[in-house]
Design a binder for this molecule. Sequence first.
Ligand SMILES: [Zn+2]
Ligand SMILES: [Zn+2]
Length: 394
Amino acid sequence: MIDFKAEAEYLRGELIARRRDLHRHPELAFEEIRTSGIVAEELNRLGMEVQTGVGKTGVVAMLEGDTGGPTVLYRADMDALPIQEENDNDYKSTLPGKMHACGHDGHVAIALGVAKIMSKYREKMAGRIKFVFQPGEEGAGGALAMIKDGVLDDPEPDVSLGLHLWTPLATGTVGVAEGAVMSGSSIFNIVIRGKGGHAALPYTTIDPVSATGQLISALHTIVGRKMDAMAGAVVLSITGVKTSSHAFNIIPEDVEIRGTFRSFNAYTSEMLEQHIREVAHAVSASVGCEAEVTIRHLTIPVVNDPIVTARLRKAFTRVVDSARLDTNARTMASEDMSYLMDEIPGMFFFVGAANKERGITYGHHHPRFDIDEDSLPLGVALMSAALSDYVIPG
Ligand SMILES: [Zn+2]
Ligand SMILES: [Zn+2]
């Protein structure tokens, strides 16, 4: 049996150097030119058949075994975020306003490490691995762009796998829950229209500001009062309010409220959408205003297939003690890996990347986010063990 822990440990220096290089040069959604160039070059060097420009800046490469068997898709995302990094170390972002604040730099380094190990054992493989390097995960629709460009066709994968480095978990812990593990995410925008006028004569106006005050309270009570508490985790947050006027003495014509809601199942999402529309129209109408509601669903929940999950949990015990497998790790955060997994059953697992002693405790998307680099070889070992469970017999 291949010792994937040792194989990954052997690549430690290379993984850290790669991750730091990518961290210094973050690229936003669909601008991953340098990153995808590095990816394609490395996969070519490993002798794989490489396809670039899939979903604009995505890369797909096939590692074929000598004999037939299942096709396993392994997806890694590549994009950074529009955040100004506040860390001060020698691998901090060199580009103002751009930062790898979600760990996707580590995902690319891990996937290239896995590609290197698995290509070494290509002759033992029965089946194939489809390596998918995805652009624009951060709300930009990268997974759908790749699906549109045929990433799930010819050959169609039998199973889809992915991982996320995860600072809510300590390094060494692996999140392996089954069922819904990340929520679906939707955004809404409500424009409340009234009739503006002089602030000293409010009775001559139809005041959209006072309607907004009432509407914010009403929206916040939907989750607690209109939804069944047993219907699964739901969260609704209002994230901004804006008016057309900046003057102190003018009641504006309209006010815009925006926010997001998340849930673990599609039905709950639909109910929530209906409630938001009803509440917005009813509250606005009660003071003579009109509401224009726009709702956009960004992602669906990430749902881990129970059979794939059980199989991977077992495979992971080749790398970590079963006591380090957290079967309850779920989050209200979202991931567009859900679209690939909606078509192809699979599993998305969390590789703990926090380390209190090293001060690595910041959450994802924080300007001081960082990962404990010990998670890199661990991620490589886990994913290699998972893939080999499907494509290396015995
Ligand atoms: Zn993120
Ligand atoms: Zn992410």
